[in-house]
Design a protein around this ligand. Structure first.
Ligand code: HAX
Length: 427
């Protein structure tokens, strides 16, 4: 049996042999035309990035290393990490070795707790997470080996070291953020024997610790949010920073600062807040007409309906479906989840009537908050931290791949208004 380093050594050689000659031979072929609207429109739809860990076809949604997300939703976060890194689901032996690598690395340097405890009491949990990761940058294997002058072809090994170290430590850090930020008492130490999701649930220390359904929700959450190809804000940001050979501590922290935005990872927090406001407004039991009125009011106020729409998808997000089915099975009568179900029936009909909206369907953030709430995590501002814990897996795997395939620094070209005026005059 090969450990993860040996396995990737072989895999990477194969990937390099496959991709490098292809690009060398066909490098001048055109893959996209870029319009002025795309230049000014966040590069939406411009094919200009490579990412093999996952892809998101607009009519299908998330596909992880060739597996549609709903085909692998019941694997564990450790398995999905292995899959994202290598392209293979681990054999039992590979799983055990890989899980052990993570278990051995799970203890967090003491100074991280000092940093977190020194932060203002009202810091956003995502700010705390970003700071905690940055504070550990001094541990970076990549930065230390780069300083010694290791060959470029080996950069991936030290990026992988960093990836394993960070992903292994994040459950304890994320759980500590929950306990510190929301006054939940003493921090709970990691259990050396537990795998990632179970240990995270254990360290959160909420009432549901013993509830197997809550653990299953967490596993589903950590698997479904783990990756979403290369162009989303957190993925792209993290990869751009990493392309400057800033190590994974710098680049993950940067990616998470993007995840913290309301149009990206904060949407699950905003979506639940919006649903609870709706319920409060109509004494807990809004009628269908009340819900329609509330959606219309949100739109006429110039706000977005959180949890609906997507920059890439043009169908219901299959991750939404996974959580929707989970809720329909486990807590169909939960008051908040029932509203989420009604909204799924109503909102797409309303949004479809607005021409500019490209996708009226729900994304994953339309439902996850209601389930976390049902199982007792009532602190909305914490939700994006759980998203980040999951996304650390995909962003780390992407960084290992990018260093393995020797990608250069990312540097697109910008243009000025003068350039645009000149371009328009000539065309
Ligand atoms: N409610 C109201 N208006 C919406 C909308 C929604 N849910 N979705 C899109 N629109 C509007 C846009 O704001 C945009 O309006 P302007 O031209 O006036 O700015 C217009 O419709 C066209 O948007 P689009 O092309 O359909 O979508 P974008 O690629 O511009 O934006 C977003 C995609 C996800 C940012 C958008 O749909 C949105 O703001 N949704 C609500 C927030 C949300 O759920 N975000 C989470 C997305 C998933 C994710 O990344 N999770 O981490």
């Amino acid at each position: 049996m090969q450990n993860i380093f040996d396995k990737l050594q072989v895999k990477i050689e194969g990937w390099r042999n496959e991709l490098v000659p292809l690009v060398k031979e066909h490098g001048e072929k055109k893959v996209a035309d870029v319009t002025l609207s795309q230049v000014m429109g966040g590069m939406r739809g411009v094919t200009s990035l490579w990412c093999d860990t996952s892809n998101v076809p607009k009519e299908k949604g998330l596909i992880v290393r060739g597996y549609p997300i709903n085909d692998i939703k019941d694997i564990t976060p450790v398995q999905v990490f292995y899959l994202l890194l290598t392209g293979d689901l681990p054999t039992q032996e590979e799983f055990e070795d890989f899980a052990m690598q993570l278990r051995l690395r799970k203890f967090v340097p003491f100074y991280v707790w000092e940093v977190l405890k020194a932060m203002p009491k009202d810091s956003h949990p995502m700010t705390m997470l970003s700071m905690a990761i940055l504070s550990m940058q001094r541990e970076s294997s990549f930065a230390q080996h780069y300083a010694k002058g290791v060959p470029k072809s080996d950069y991936w090994k030290y990026t992988l070291e960093d990836a394993l170290n960070i992903v292994a430590k994040l459950p304890a850090i994320c759980a500590a953020i929950y306990r510190l930020r929301f006054d939940k008492g003493e921090l709970i130490q990691p259990d050396p024997e537990m795998h990632l999701a179970a240990d995270f649930v254990h360290m959160l220390g909420i009432e549901n610790t013993e509830n197997p359904e809550f653990l299953n929700l967490m596993k589903l959450f950590l698997v479904c949010h783990s990756d979403h190809e290369g162009g989303n804000v957190s993925g792209f940001t993290s990869a751009v920073v990493n392309s400057a050979l800033s190590d994974l501590y710098y680049s993950l922290s940067a990616g998470f600062n993007g995840l913290a935005g309301p149009l990206h990872g904060l949407a699950n927090q905003e979506s639940l807040e919006w649903v609870l406001e709706l319920m409060a407004k109509y004494d807990g039991a809004p009628t269908r007409e009340d819900i329609e009125e509330y959606v219309e009011k949100t739109l006429s106020n110039g706000q977005v309906v959180p949890g609906y729409g997507h920059a890439v998808l043009r169908v219901v997000d299959p991750r939404f479906t996974a959580f929707y089915n989970f809720g329909s099975e486990k807590c169909p009568n939960d008051a908040v989840f029932r509203i989420v179900r009604e909204l799924f029936d109503i909102v797409p009909k309303v949004l479809s009537k607005i021409e500019k909206i490209q996708n009226p369907w729900p994304n994953v953030d339309a439902v996850t908050g209601s389930l976390l709430y049902h199982y007792g995590i009532k602190e909305f501002s914490y939700y994006t931290v759980i998203f980040a814990l999951s996304r650390s897996i995909g962003l780390s795997a992407q960084a290992v791949m990018n260093r393995a395939l020797l990608l250069p620094i990312t540097r697109p070209k910008s243009v000025t208004t003068e350039w645009i005026k000149d371009f328009v005059a000539k065309n």
